[in-house]
Design a protein. Structure first.
Length: 319
């Protein structure tokens, strides 16, 4: 399951691509199809078929746009609505083909030839599988080709126009669907790599900070041991003196604890125990070396919600 930063970055890429496809569909439908409908609707039989078809496509586009604002819905109802919208697009395309004059079916007046694919891509935009989008585009192309053969429109000029329109619009539509999924996959990989790099950098910084703290503690222990040994060597301190014995016990305990540390990022509880031991030693109290044990099978050792380990847990034990 992707982490939260990865999901946020991937979501940003998906949102940008979704906005792009919505803008393309509506600019194409309003800027290209609507002027064609207004100029050529009288040539259809009946004339209002192309106007009604434009309205139907607009309604499908509104539903698709509304669904794109609420991604992530892949249940049975969403799937049924998807296929219903695709069926409406194909049926409307056939109706416009039939009502369009034979001489205009593969020219500018038949606006559905280049628009159906864009609306199908928008309806299937949030579907995970690319095969569904390519299948719809293939059905759309086969449908138009079948109508071409049925009408006997095998004039080389007409066939050339049809192939040019089909290739130009179909390649763009397929490329947009493929590019969306490829970009989404690349965004996830990039976000995952960025999160891994950030985690590695954080671990390195923490490890350097821990190492620096150990070096500081080692310097303090060395100074304390040097003063203690120098006092014993010069006779200023006597081994039988209780104060000298206390100083030696404190220095030995701190040295044992320093040598026992082997983790780069200490556990929170262990870190607190070490801090408490340092405070005690600065006050002249010898602290034993502590090690942390946490048993997954022990309920008392599990972290409590919203806080540290439960007080009943005997997480630390003197070594």
């Amino acid at each position: 399951m992707p982490s939260r930063p990865v999901a946020i970055i991937a979501m940003g890429y998906r949102r940008a691509m979704t906005i792009a496809i919505v803008v393309i569909v509506w600019v194409w439908h309003v800027g290209n199809d609507l002027p064609v409908v207004l100029q050529s609707w009288r040539r259809f039989d009946p004339p209002l078929v192309t106007v009604a078809a434009w309205v139907v496509f607009s309604l499908v586009g509104l539903v698709a746009t509304w669904r794109l604002r609420r991604p992530g819905r892949q249940g049975p109802r969403a799937t049924a609505l998807t296929w219903a919208l695709l069926a409406v697009l194909l049926v409307t395309e056939v109706v416009v083909f039939v009502a369009c004059p034979l001489t205009e079916r593969f020219r500018g007046a038949n606006w559905v030839l280049g628009t159906t694919g864009w609306f199908g891509v928008a309806v299937l935009w949030q579907r995970r599988g690319l095969a569904e989008t390519l299948t719809f585009l293939g059905l759309h192309t086969l449908l138009a080709s079948g109508l071409l053969v049925q009408d006997g429109s095998v004039d080389p000029a007409v066939v050339g126009q049809y192939l040019m329109i089909s290739y130009g619009t179909g390649s763009l539509q397929a490329a947009s669907a493929i590019g969306y999924r490829a970009t989404d996959s690349a965004a996830r990989r990039a976000a995952t790599a960025a999160a891994a790099t950030a985690a590695a950098t954080t671990r390195r910084i923490v490890a350097l900070a821990v190492h620096k703290a150990r070096q500081d503690r080692y310097q303090t222990i060395r100074d304390s041991a040097r003063d203690l040994l120098a006092g014993l060597a010069t006779g200023q301190l006597h081994p039988a003196d209780p104060a000298t014995q206390q100083r030696a016990a404190v220095a030995a305990a701190r040295l044992r604890r320093l040598l026992a540390e082997d983790d780069d990022v200490p556990e929170p509880l262990l870190n607190e125990l070490r801090a408490a031991a340092d405070v005690a030693e600065r006050r002249g109290v010898a602290a034993s070396r502590w090690s942390l044990s946490r048993s997954a099978s022990c309920p008392a050792c599990r972290p409590a919600r919203g806080g540290p380990f439960r007080p009943a847990c005997r997480a630390g034990r003197p070594a």
